[in-house]
Design a protein. Sequence first.
Length: 296
Amino acid sequence: MQASAPESVHPLNSPLSAVDPPGTGSIAYINWPAVWAGTFVAAGISLVLLTFGTALGLSLSTSAPSWRNASIALALLSGLWFLVVTVGAMLLGGYVTGRLRARFSAASTDEVEFRDGVHGLVMWGLAILIGALLALATSRTLAPVANDRDNTASQTTGEPSNVAYDVDRLFRSDRRPTADGSEPLIRAEAGRIVGAAIGRRLSPEDHTYLTRTVAARTGLAGPEADKRVTDVLNDARARADRARRAAVVLAFMSAASLMLGAAAAWFAAETGARHRDGGQVPNLMFRRPRMKMEMR
């Protein structure tokens, strides 16, 4: 019988040049030291760049107490910055993982490339997981501060903090507030009505009651009070709709960034592996030139 042709192997993957992960043999398909190295690089780069973007106002979250300052343009710009940071960090982390990954001694070209790409994908998953845990820890740390601030505002004026400005517009008047202590209760009730009207159509009974309350507290005539209530509710609904659209844009950009980051990590890991097999050194401007030593 005629011997079958040997399977095509990866360049420099001969028994003399191939390297297996030390101490694991051929059954360790994931080189975890290389994966963790790329993960730490990607997480560190993304943390630095996201912090820099936050300083410029390009943050995925806002410290504003409500949705009033939401902006679609700012959400889009923040999403683009997150896209650049994610893809850039995953490219660098994937390249480090592919470059440091130990090769296997008996694998075809396609198998080696696939394993290199999978290593980049595993690095991407770990980096995303670490980022999510850091974001969760940060949100839990800042949540008590935000709650204390909102509770302080609510105890001072009575109404929910996210509609405080709308309630201010409703009861804006040259009259001095009464000293009977009912002001916080009235503002709190008006704030709840305004908050309920943002997500649905306000019932005629609530609209009439709010109009009478505004007229009684401000001294406006009935038609003027009704116009003020209508204008305030329309403005509140418009700002809430703008906030929803901004949230949708930001969520879509974030999801797209993560998906493109996975593709970038796969591509960069394969590129780093090709440079590893070819013995190519990245052309870095700050890299020290090699000194040739003469044999004596």
